[in-house]
Design a protein. Structure first.
Length: 681
């Protein structure tokens, strides 16, 4: 295990200071459970200042929303325990479902609304007449903890999101430039899919900072918009670079790489290796690209060369935008006019997994009902409320994982660690404490160690569990009043609630990373059928944005060679490029004459069959239909449409024999090109 570094200890000191401040304020106002304020600090504190502040506002709003729900439910249903348990379980499940569909800090509003109702509602069932006071005090205690954590993260040696984002962007762009340099060279064209996936995962990681950056005072308003647009440019760059790679490889394999394109590639390499002062500028590159274009003909090498140069031109526009946007993320000035403004329409497109969200909500619902049933049937004392309370918290905390059960178990077992140090403090040390200063000194060793270990992957869960559960069991008040029976009862309730949640989660919700990755791959492939069949009416890059977002989610799960070999990640980007081209071909269909529309319809119908969908009529293979379309479509008048067909052919059939136009084609009733296709939207 890596020992905590200076940054970890600074974070720990800040968190401990925030916890003491929260406890002091809660004691000063004589709140009934001041230790909740202290425990909340350890739940909400983040290493980055913007991350803490981003979640703070939503957490406070969610806390008050959850408190309002308990005020509504408890007085009306307290005499019907089963209905009350059912109502709280439904509320927690609904809020968890909503939070999992919202991949922004706003999800904390939903999740806090859910388990706050459980935290407040279950312990209050024996005092329904005081529910309003209890709910208000709990909301105050939790809010104090959130505010103190946010305040300390900003005041004491803040580590800003802006610094981390700038470093991540620079690292990503450097690796992307090296990738394109390799593509433009002669080595590694077949082994680059791992780099593509790593870059996709890097863009997904940037999404975490997308909302957090808006909550830092040092960040300018336009930086948020610039980062959102930059993220989409970075995603779109991946299929463009993949398309360039395939076209270069095919042309070199055919020994048909044009000399003019060689000059363009050489200038592109110089530009990528240089900076803004480089002798090669985007304007020069575009002029070189224009000069390198051959006269349009039906010759396959010519079509490939035209398609390659078009892709390089698109890459130049994207790369120039990325270089500009990088500066605007840092300095926050007003955004310039971009070369690729259409990508703005894809900013809010994200994958939302309704199936896993429902299963997570169902596991929370069942866990709460099981623990409530055990609590009611055994006639457990009021401390038994800790079981359904912690079952709700555990299900909500780890719902974003593929398999939350191990994490819930680890968090539950950390209760034992928390209970051990709490027992030492509660029955051996605290009786000797006479003032707040002595209390702070006594708590420092345990809490500082927990805080320092909270940001190491192997110890994070145990450290946070030991801190949060330990402080909850410690139950600090203005006066000492420990009871061993109550302590043991509470510890058992908290632990058993999380153990039951882990078991239920294992039965209902748990999936492995391979299952999730395979499912995302299948969703992307089924989208190709939907695009070709007309069910997806978005533009090509809007569809690509959703598929690329899934690609980023897939990349984080390809951790073993076995999974990578099974899922064939090298074809992911090819399928995304195919989706872009199919969508653009569909849009181009509207302005074509009847004969070309028929050819396009046959291509789309063949694509449905190729990707496993239900075809509307008997067709030839997709490759044959693409070649037939290239034959009938005039390349000099419809260069863009021909380029899309070439792009579709290269993406799906990179190793096929070159397209060869027939010397002549008999136009009669037996000609397949004249078959009447099924009409499409």
């Amino acid at each position: 295990m890596t020992l905590p570094n200076s940054r970890d200890w600074i974070f720990s000191v800040k968190t401990f200071a925030a916890a003491l401040l929260a406890l002091y304020i809660a004691l000063m106002f004589d709140l009934p459970r001041p230790y909740w304020a202290m425990a909340t600090v350890y739940i909400t504190s983040q290493m980055l200042a913007g991350a803490t502040r981003a979640k703070a506002a939503y957490r406070i709003a969610g806390t008050f929303c959850g408190a309002a729900v308990t005020i509504l439910l408890i007085p009306n249903l307290v005499n019907a325990p089963l209905l009350l348990c059912l109502a709280i379980a439904l509320w927690v499940s609904f809020c968890l479902y909503c939070s999992l569909l919202d991949r922004t800090p706003r999800s904390y509003l939903f999740i806090l609304s859910g388990y706050t109702a459980a935290l407040i509602g279950f312990p209050a069932v024996e005092e329904p007449g005081t529910i309003f006071d209890i709910a208000v005090s709990r909301a105050e205690e939790i809010s104090i903890g959130i505010i103190c954590a946010s305040l300390m993260s900003v005041v004491i040696l803040p580590r800003t999101v802006g610094e981390v984002v700038a470093d991540r962007i620079e690292e990503w762009c450097a690796e992307a430039d090296q990738l394109v340099l390799k593509i433009c060279g002669t080595e590694g064209l077949e082994q680059l899919h791992t780099t593509f996936l790593r870059l996709a995962g890097g863009v997904l990681a940037l999404e975490v900072f997308l909302k957090q950056i808006a909550y830092e005072a040092s960040i300018k308003r336009h930086s948020v918009e610039a980062l959102a647009i930059l993220r989409q440019h970075m995603l779109v760059l991946l299929p463009i670079a993949s398309g360039i790679s395939d076209r270069i490889r095919i042309l070199k394999h055919l020994s048909a790489f044009p000399t003019e394109a060689d000059h363009l590639i050489a200038d592109l390499r110089k530009w990528l290796q240089g900076d803004d002062t480089s002798a090669v500028s985007p304007m020069i590159l575009r002029a070189t690209a224009e000069a390198a274009k051959p006269a349009p003909t039906k010759d396959w090498n010519t079509l490939l060369s035209l398609s390659l140069i078009a892709q390089i031109e698109h890459f130049i526009d994207l790369q120039e935008d990325i270089r500009r946007l990088k500066k605007h993320v840092i300095n926050g000035t007003r955004l310039p006019e971009l070369k690729c403004p259409y990508i703005r329409s894809t900013l809010n497109i994200r994958h939302r997994d309704h199936t896993l969200a429902f299963r997570s909500a169902l596991s929370a619902f069942v866990s709460i009902l099981v623990t409530c049933g055990f609590w009611i049937l055994t006639g457990w004392s009021n401390d038994g409320s800790g079981a359904p309370m912690m079952a709700a918290v555990a299900c909500c905390f780890f719902a974003t994982m593929d398999d939350p059960a191990p994490a819930i178990l680890k968090f539950a077992n950390s209760t034992i660690i928390g209970a051990l140090w709490t027992a030492i403090y509660l029955f051996a040390l605290l009786p000797r404490v006479t003032n707040f200063e002595m209390l702070a000194l006594m708590l420092a060793p345990a809490l500082l160690l927990c805080g320092a270990l909270m940001h190491h992957p192997k110890t994070a869960l145990s450290a946070m569990g030991a801190a949060v559960i330990g402080l909850t069991l410690l139950a600090l008040h203005s006066a000492y009043g420990a009871d061993f029976a109550v302590f043991v009862n509470s510890a058992f309730a908290v632990t058993s609630g999380m153990w039951i949640a882990a078991i239920v989660t294992r039965l209902i919700r748990s999936v492995d990373e391979t299952w999730t990755a395979r499912r995302l791959v299948n969703l992307n492939r089924s989208m190709l059928v939907e695009v070709a069949d007309g069910h997806r009416r978005r533009g090509g890059f809007e569809i690509a944005a959703l598929m690329l977002d899934r690609l980023g989610l897939i990349s984080t799960r390809l951790k073993t060679a076995r999974i990578a070999e099974e899922l064939q990640p090298e074809v992911f980007l090819a399928e995304i490029r195919a989706a872009i081209n199919i969508a653009e071909i569909k849009q181009a269909r509207r302005r074509q004459p009847e004969a070309i529309r028929r050819a396009i319809d046959r291509i789309l119908n063949a694509a449905i069959g190729h990707f496993g969908g239900q075809v509307h009529m008997k067709t030839r293979t997709l490759l044959e239909e693409i070649d037939a379309g290239l034959t009938i479509i005039p390349v000099d008048e419809e260069q863009d449409l021909c380029a899309r067909l070439v792009g579709l052919r290269v993406a799906l059939f990179p190793d096929a024999l070159p397209y060869a136009p027939p010397s002549e084609r008999i136009q009669d009733k037996n000609n397949p090109l004249l078959l009447e296709p099924v009409q499409r939207p």
